[in-house]
Write a new protein. Sequence first.
Length: 161
Amino acid sequence: MSRIAVVPGSFDPVTLGHLDVIERAAGIFDEVHVLVVHNPDKKAFLPVPERESLIRQAIQERGISSPVEVTNWSMGLLVDYLQQVGSNIIVKGLRSNVDLSYETPMSIVNRDLAEVETVFLLTAPEHGHVSSSLVRQVATLGGDISPYVPRSVATFLQKHR
């Protein structure tokens, strides 16, 4: 039986920290689904199809060869998607104790709802200070985001923002 892990997030845009977590999850699990989810509390910077495309390009640039599927989910609970694909594992990256405090209640509820376990991976220290919102702010103001995002993302945002 293959072990499928789901890495959910808004990925708006995908950062090197996200990519680090995706790559490490791909090294642990048989298959990884990177799931672009809609966060109703956030106003989207990039449309979902562009985020999916940029994630695929970043995975290819990084040379991640394990099975990684990139898709999106906006209808229903995250655990509904996991049940649909036969997974009971969510992988989340943590940058600090603030992320842990935010993610812990969701982890407990997902376990209560559908016996889904959450695996936390600490983000590599060199990416611990980077968030998509910080990247969006720097990009919007014309700053250099290349140290924080895959090359394809930096190129895309320089052309389109």
